[in-house]
Design a protein around this ligand. Structure first.
Ligand SMILES: *Cc1c(COP(=O)(O)O)cnc(C)c1O
Length: 526
């Protein structure tokens, strides 16, 4: 299977190249030349597979065995999920009539991003090890992962990459502006290859610095920067798996064979939802996918209007910028992965019987036009035919903060009670709206993207006066004492690229020494 950029060009990359490169040089995202179909007998064959076996079956459709052998792939997958606390990895929990939650947060950092980042870390390590066979010293290929975080991504990336040979990871966070638990999760990881940088500034400052480093050709070439955000294809691919595992789980329990499943996905950068769409395209039976946003509702507005527009024009001038909500991991202005879906919409709305290759080129041109106008005018308007295609496959809506808080409360007082984190609650709130219009044979599965303890303020605020004993009912054992553990973090006193660059280069010198000693002793991470 080869990969190409949504914005065109002749590049045809292997899976390895697509994963190591992250973002295409022309600004596009990598997608597979074709979406593979499921094997004829998939439903019978896979019905009793474990999560790890399912992952192997699905990933094999996208990765040639001459890139990663079947056996090696299974080892990488097994290793990626051995640190999950639940035997099913991503269990499904019934919480109401025709309503389930798919809990994606049983990994090391209690957030759904672990599902993909544990695998990504192992893939990076696998590729580097292979490139470095017989190489010593300066000749070894290294990867320097640099990312900015306002919380969730940083800790999941750190746990995915800690202690990996020939990889250093630098995570920038705005000093004092991430939640105490999330800050502790990141900075209490003291493996020598993990570097937390606390920048005096905002999240946007951090992100700007990271962008500047990636754009710095010399710095990038010297240190081979790697991307861990959800533009990385491996993250999307890893996330398709739980749609299948949830499908089999719920199907086993459904009374009637004609029952259908609707997944509802709390969305920010659209990575998680896009993975569901790929699963659908491969052939997993499901009803329209449900997209749930908070007040940062560019996606909900797209399905309403066909305009993909940064700022909500209807709320008047000066309303621009990201809104701070109770579900901060979904506070975005644009959804980076939406570009991938837009490419497919452009492709599938093309008329005529040209070759697939010609259509691909045309779709890239159309897509590039849309992305250029987002960049220049802050918006792109798609033709009616494209919007109709999008509406056939998705429904979308938003939930305000007050509705989110009410929803947390209403599921806490339901029977059986369920404590949802604010992101999951956005999904639950919107699912309730969709349910009013759904056919009676539809059962909903809401993706639960974080453990409620990660967003303690929103949860305790929503449940104030309800007699919640947070430490007893919500806080996991692992979080207790986390705040007191030793930390490793480097402060940067101003949001300046040069300062961060200096910190990174200094640290890399030291990492190289440590890693060479490690490579020499033959001790590698498990
Ligand atoms: C990242 C994240 C999301 C949004 O996922 P996308 O793939 O960006 O749409 C939702 N909830 C939580 C808790 C997250 O960390």
């Amino acid at each position: 299977m080869k990969y190409f950029s949504t914005r065109g060009g002749d590049e045809r990359l292997s899976f390895e190249e697509a994963v190591l490169t992250g973002l295409a040089p022309n600004g596009g995202l990598y997608i597979p030349l074709e979406i593979p179909s499921l094997p004829e007998n998939w439903e019978a064959l896979w019905a009793d597979y474990t999560f790890q076996q399912l992952s192997h079956a699905i990933l094999s459709l996208f990765i040639s065995p001459d890139e990663i052998s079947s056996k090696e792939l299974q080892i990488l997958i097994d290793r990626s999920y051995e640190n999950f606390r639940h035997p099913e990895v991503t269990p499904v929990v019934p919480i109401g009539d025709k309503l389930h939650v798919l809990e994606l947060w049983h990994g090391p950092t209690y957030a759904f991003k672990d599902v993909a980042l544990q695998l990504l870390g192992n893939l990076f390590e696998f590729f580097l090890k292979r490139r470095n066979v017989g190489k010593v010293g300066k000749a070894r290929d290294k990867l320097t992962v640099v990312g900015a975080t306002s919380g969730d991504t940083g800790s999941a990336a750190i746990y995915g990459l800690r202690n990996k040979l020939d990889i250093s990871i630098f995570i920038l966070h705005p000093k004092g502006r991430v939640s105490p638990i999330q800050e502790a999760q990141m900075t209490t990881v003291t493996d020598p290859n993990v570097h937390n940088i606390a920048v005096k500034g905002t999240f946007d400052d951090c992100q700007d610095i990271v962008k500047a480093l990636f754009a710095d050709k010399e710095f990038n070439a010297t240190h081979r920067l790697g991307a861990i955000n959800s533009i990385n294809w491996a993250r999307i691919l890893a996330q398709t798996v739980y749609y299948f595992s949830a499908y089999f789980h719920v199907k086993r329990q459904l009374p009637s064979p004609s029952a259908q499943i609707q997944f509802v996905v709390p969305s920010g950068n659209f990575g998680d939802a896009l993975a569901g769409w790929y699963a659908k395209r491969m052939g997993l039976p499901m009803a329209q996918l449900g997209i749930a946003t908070n007040a940062n509702d560019i996606l909900a507005r797209f399905w309403q209007t066909g305009r993909y527009e940064k700022n909500d024009a209807s709320s008047g001038p000066g309303s621009g910028g990201v809104k701070e909500t109770l579900s901060p991991a979904m506070d975005i202005l644009v959804s980076s992965n939406f570009e991938r879906l837009l490419w497919y919409l452009a492709f599938e709305s093309l008329q005529g019987d040209e070759s697939a290759e010609t259509k691909r080129l045309k779709a890239c041109e159309v897509l590039k036009g849309w992305m250029d106008s987002v960049k220049i005018d802050g918006k792109a308007v798609v033709p009616t035919a494209v919007l109709e295609l999008a509406r056939k496959e998705f429904v979308a809506d938003r939930a305000s903060d007050s509705l989110t808080a009410e929803t947390i409360k209403s599921y806490y007082t339901a029977k059986p009670p369920y404590i949802a984190d604010p992101h999951t609650a956005v999904g639950l709130a919107v699912a309730r709206v969709f349910a009013q219009y759904n056919e009676p044979n539809i059962h909903q599965v809401v993706l639960s993207t974080a453990h409620p303890a990660k967003f303690s303020e929103a949860v305790t605020m929503s449940l104030s006066g309800m007699g919640l004993d947070f430490d007893k009912e919500v806080l996991p054992e692992e979080f207790k004492g986390l705040l007191e553990k030793p930390r490793r973090v480097k402060d940067v006193e101003a949001a300046e690229v040069a300062l961060v660059k200096h910190v990174i280069e200094k640290a890399l010198e030291h990492d190289t020494e440590v890693q060479e000693a490690k490579a020499h002793s033959g001790k590698v991470s498990s």
